[in-house]
Design a protein. Sequence first.
Length: 125
Amino acid sequence: MNKSDLNEAELDALFDLAREEVPAPDPAFLARIQRDAVTALRTPEQPRRAKAPGLFQMLRASVGGWLGMSGLVTATVAGLWIGVAPPSVLPDPAVFVSLAAGEAAADADYWLGSVEDDWYALEDG
């Protein structure tokens, strides 16, 4: 231990002296704190408005969420695929576009008639 080190009694005396001297805060500082507190009490925080949902969010909610949206997209893609490259059982839509109105109606009657005949054949067994 050094000679500059204080013994325990001297150290206790310094701590007692420090406890007795309590500095008083500046009155201007206390006035500012009180003014800020009163101002904070007078102005309550305004509640935030909820953000309106966007068009895509409303559409997604109206079809049942992501599950409904995925079904809708799948049906759209399948319909586009069948429309562009129809199977051999279905008539080609390009033929209907290229034909005149009478020819298209006759062709439609032909296709619908064959479906009707098949239906009756299924009923007869």
